[in-house]
Write a protein that binds this ligand. Sequence first.
Ligand SMILES: Cc1cc2nc3c(=O)[nH]c(=O)nc-3n(C[C@H](O)[C@H](O)[C@H](O)COP(=O)(O)O)c2cc1C
Length: 351
Amino acid sequence: MLESLSRSLLHRLDPETAHDLSLRSLAAIGKTPLRLAVGQAIEEKPVTCMGITFPNPVGLAAGFDKNAAALDGLSAMGFGFIEVGTVTPRPQAGNPKPRLFRLSEDQAIINRMGFNNAGVDALVNNIKASRYHRRNNGVLGINVGKNKDTPNENALDDYRHGFEKTHELADYVVINVSSPNTPDLRKLQNEASFQALLDGMKTAQHQAHQASGKYTPLVVKISPDQTPEQLEFMATAIRESGFDGLICTNTTISRPLLRNTRLGSESGGLSGQPLLAKANQTLAQMRALLGPDYPILGAGGVLSGEDARSKQKAGADLLQIYTGFVYRGSALIAEAARAWQSAGKKRDSQA
Ligand SMILES: Cc1cc2nc3c(=O)[nH]c(=O)nc-3n(C[C@H](O)[C@H](O)[C@H](O)COP(=O)(O)O)c2cc1C
């Protein structure tokens, strides 16, 4: 009730102001016992994936809490896991504003934020200061990227830096090669770069494991705009490198038919309801290519329990939400977790 009231007030503000305000409120709530009053407990039906036990299968997708500033408030909302970032080695401002657009009629968002973040050192300090980390309260994914001014030839250095700084704090680390808002970032998904990047990261992971004794699974997050042929070589590279998991998908640069034609022509990545079919298609194809046991997290377009089921049927082991959380708040976490759990682990291929 309180949450839906504040959401309707927030949605009257400029979208980025509203986002900053809700993050700040969540950060403040997380520091006080109020988090117990506003939070919700989701029935625990743990899911094991990549050797990690997730208390429930519904996670927060990357980009909502880029600097890990509100982990404790977010965890009170009932997420089974939280992915923070994308974080880059050095702080950067991101693209000029406005860069975030709410298309309410479409239950969608277009963003061209451009990895605005406070840099990896600030993220590490925030994580260390959180109860979430100190009390080992939940599963944490850390999503790393490259700075805008790092050329693609040196991208591996930035991803390595992100991994080395964060792997001891993370349950898994994601390399994000699929944001459409950093020029040429998506080219890292091309055949010439992709395998080398994954191999380079596996070497970094091996070295970090040897040095620290901690093995941190490595996950790659891909775009929904890849052709079937591209997905084929990506699946081969993922398998050959020994990467530990995959996230399907990031936002799309395509523009399916949208009701809000005015904001629909803004450039950037589209997320939310209009992304569901495309993201599920990519997910189903990667599931078919990688086989039934490969860890895949599904993201893109989940606004209801039924949408959550569609991800599960397309082959996801776990679910992530962003836009649905903006429109529906924590009620969606409970609804998606219930729908997922009541169906069990059943996919189209097994139906
Ligand atoms: C405003 C905004 C910022 C985002 N920032 C990131 C990011 O920094 N890194 C990332 O990997 N994905 C980012 N994403 C993509 C989401 O994590 C997610 O993959 C995508 O939005 C699809 O899920 P959804 O339809 O539930 O929103 C962002 C999405 C939005 C809407």
